[in-house]
Design a protein around this ligand. Structure first.
Ligand SMILES: Cc1ncc(COP(=O)(O)O)c(C=O)c1O
Length: 224
């Protein structure tokens, strides 16, 4: 079900980097007509992790791509999808990825990460909380590794504001609609915060305060 946006229409790419750059389709927006005027944004159309986290990883990596990532170490905590996306891209950009994760990472995901060449550090913790990601950050500093830190990195909500959110606004505009309510999952709070801001909503931002206070406060301060 992959949809390729790029190249010359014949889907021919001169390099893997060219391929990956045009790899990301616009995830469809679909009206769920059984439920009235409810629309679903199908983020599982993202090709690597089959989730919105492919986009988060793009936003987090963007500023590193102009510098040479080859042979650099990247440490990042993830409960799964960011890790899959990073592990795949490590092969394209030539960096080495160490995934820090919890005891609940599905076995199949661990196998996939290892097949993709990532190192997996399974920590005996239930969730990735602030203490966890601070420790990963310290480990990165100790090893001279890059820590993208999706939990505190403003490129996460900012990317979702400028790209994901604007895309949703455009998609709704094309059918003459303006969304009033946003329902989204919350991990880091990155996508709900960025998209809510694009849609001019504040309730969703309030909801994300519950779980991601630091991220939201930083982001609101930056965008004020
Ligand atoms: C499929 C999926 N959707 C959403 C989220 C949460 O996104 P965010 O970190 O932007 O809040 C996650 C991970 O936490 C996820 O795996």
């Amino acid at each position: 079900m992959l949809v390729f946006a790029g190249s010359d229409g014949n889907n021919v790419f001169p390099s893997v980097v060219d391929f990956i750059s045009s790899f990301y389709p616009t995830p469809p927006l679909v009206r769920l007509d059984r439920f009235g005027d409810v629309w679903a944004k199908l983020e599982f159309f993202n090709p690597l992790s089959r989730s919105i986290k492919d986009r988060t990883v793009q936003f987090l990596l963007r500023k590193y791509l102009s510098n040479d990532l080859r042979d650099r170490l990247v440490f990042e905590a993830s409960s799964g999808n960011v890790a899959i996306s990073l592990a795949a891209l490590a092969n394209v950009y030539g960096f080495k990825y160490r995934a820090y994760t919890t005891k609940h990472l599905p076995e199949a995901t661990e196998v996939l990460l290892k097949v993709l060449g990532a190192e997996v550090v399974r920590v005996d913790r239930d969730v990735i909380d602030e203490e966890f990601w601070r420790w990963v950050n310290e480990e990165a500093v100790r090893s001279g590794a890059i820590n993208l830190n999706q939990f505190e990195n403003v490129d996460n909500p900012e990317g979702h504001y400028y790209v994901t959110g604007e895309e949703i606004v455009r998609q709704f505009r094309s059918v003459g609609k303006v969304p009033r309510v946003l329902i989204a999952g919350i991990g880091t709070g990155g996508h709900i915060t960025g998209i809510a801001r694009s849609l001019g909503m504040s309730l969703a931002v309030f909801m994300s305060l519950v779980l991601s206070l630091r991220q939201v406060v930083q982001y609101l301060a930056l965008s004020a």
